[in-house]
Design a protein around this ligand. Structure first.
Ligand SMILES: [Zn+2]
Length: 494
């Protein structure tokens, strides 16, 4: 709940409104009018708001906090008009069965109110002097001058004032605020990338803390994107940081990617990686992608106009290698390995923005192994038959913006209920179609033959993929779902 009021705030009455028999904690924040600011004495304050807009935004902020911290009830009241020293300007109360969630939700509302609420304040100093102060920047204006913040970076001849201005104009999307996304976003923010958006639907878990360096133990349970954005704003208040605390889906990917200077793929799953890759390619945005497995990581920069895309890379890969990449969520990982790869992603992105990539660098997959400290560049050849960057056999289908609700992985019963279907068994090299494991009526295709699978999917009607363990067929079905094919499935268990 959010309210604007021209009357003095009665904190006792507000607290009584939040009373709930199941509440074990009430966390209250009170913002008071103080008699000084930025070294100047203040005699009183005036708050002015765009009422309609402030109510709408305030309501959005409090309900977001309630959704992200289930069990919490949030009430926020903001004063408008003329306030004397010591008066309450803003009151935020959160009740919850447990104190941890209440603290997190309260902190989130404080941050978001400060950042998003269209409220302005006028400071009255001694005599008749007064000045308007934007609440969102008042704490940093005057304290942090960009020329000081970026001095050591801008003095590089490769950067300079012109490069710094380029960075300030850049807009970068980081998908995944995990082990890769945390260090990548940190360096992009501190380098002065003007607009940075963090997309992650996840919440901070205890098992994240060993490598996801933007989070502390106090953040467990909070939305990753929101916490990370708040940390980055504190790190560099000169840049604009946005949080997108939900999944990147076929329905929203285009809006998130379009108009960006670069996109970072810091995800740990195969379907999102392909979704981002294809959206970036069609929007003409470079994608800086990394993946880490145990002590080893790989880095790929996909330029939208160059051949040698993620589909080419995928189709040339051995199945075992693919499985490691496809299923790295929850896999063992060496913390510094994601740290190094995330920082490399930031460096490659900054080089793209500053136009510092050597022009003759052929597309390559860069491998970094932290166990033997070796690095390797493997040329990334383009597949001339690639349906995405080569000469496609058939044009990729029109993607739909509809979310898919049908499960990707089917049980045998669900398969039977589908009626007549086409079943494709995906075979590894040397494997043959085995009547005891593959369902009747299955036809066989080599595992890497994406083009044929795409053609079959484009013909319409339900298409069911199987493979020996059911892992790669499920990954592939998700990939095609993400591309807009809504009637493609994988048979559970292979
Ligand atoms: Zn390709």
């Amino acid at each position: 709940m959010f309210e604007l009021t021209g009357q003095p705030i009665d904190s006792t009455a507000l607290r009584a409104r939040l009373a709930r028999p199941d509440a074990g904690a009430c966390v209250v924040f009170e913002g008071w009018v103080r008699n000084h600011h930025a070294g100047k004495p203040v005699s009183r304050l005036e708050y002015e708001a765009f009422d309609e807009l402030a109510r709408f935004e305030g309501e959005a902020i409090t309900s977001e906090a309630e959704q992200e911290h289930p069990g919490c009830t949030v009430l926020c009241v903001h004063r408008t008009g003329s306030l004397g020293i010591g008066e309450l300007a803003v009151w935020i109360g959160v009740v919850s069965p447990h104190r941890h969630a209440a603290f997190l939700a309260c902190r989130q509302v404080i941050e978001e109110i400060k950042r998003r609420l269209p409220v302005w304040k006028k400071e009255h100093h001694s005599g008749n002097l007064a000045e308007w102060v934007n609440c969102t920047t008042e704490s940093v204006a005057g304290r942090l001058a960009p020329e000081n913040y970026y001095a050591r970076q801008a003095s590089l001849p490769e950067v300079g004032a012109a490069g710094q201005a380029r960075l300030a104009e850049a807009s970068v999307l980081v998908v995944g605020a995990g082990g890769l996304g945390c260090p990548a976003a940190l360096y992009l923010a501190t380098s002065g990338v003007g607009r940075l958006t963090l997309a992650d639907a996840g919440k901070v878990e205890v098992s994240n803390l060993h490598r996801q360096i933007l989070f502390t133990a106090d953040d467990v349970g909070a939305a990753k994107a929101t916490v990370a954005a708040a940390r980055l704003r504190a790190q560099n208040p000169l840049v604009k940081i946005e949080a997108h605390a939900s999944d990147v889906t076929p329905a929203n990917v285009r809006a998130l990617v379009t108009g960006r200077t670069a996109v970072l793929d810091c995800t740990d799953n195969f379907a999102t990686r392909f979704l981002l890759h294809d959206a970036c390619r069609s929007a003409g945005v470079p994608l800086v992608s990394a993946a880490v497995y145990r002590f080893e990581g790989e880095l790929n920069v996909f330029r939208p106009d160059a051949p040698g895309c993620l589909h080419c890379l995928w189709s040339g890969r051995a199945p075992g290698e693919l499985e490691a990449v496809a299923n790295c969520a929850g896999a063992p990982v060496f913390g510094p390995a994601v740290g190094v790869l995330g920082v490399l992603q930031a460096a490659e992105t900054l080089k793209l923005i500053l136009d510092l990539v050597p022009p003759r660098n052929p597309p390559a997959t860069r491998l970094v192994n932290l166990l033997d400290l070796s690095t390797q560049a493997i040329e990334r050849p383009a597949d001339p038959a690639c349906p995405v960057c080569g000469n496609p056999v058939s044009a990729p289908p029109q993607r739909t913006d509809l979310p898919d609700s049908a499960p990707v992985v089917l049980t045998a019963e669900q398969l039977a209920a589908l009626g007549p279907v086409r079943i494709v068994a995906l075979l590894e090299p040397g494997e043959t179609l085995d009547a005891s494991t593959a369902p009747a009526a299955a036809m066989a295709l080599p595992m890497g033959d994406l083009v044929s699978v795409r053609e079959l999917a484009a013909q319409g009607g339900p298409l069911v993929l199987t493979c020996r363990h059911g892992l790669r067929s499920a990954a592939l079905a998700r990939l095609f779902r993400a591309e807009g094919f809504r009637r493609i499935y994988s048979l559970g268990g292979g």
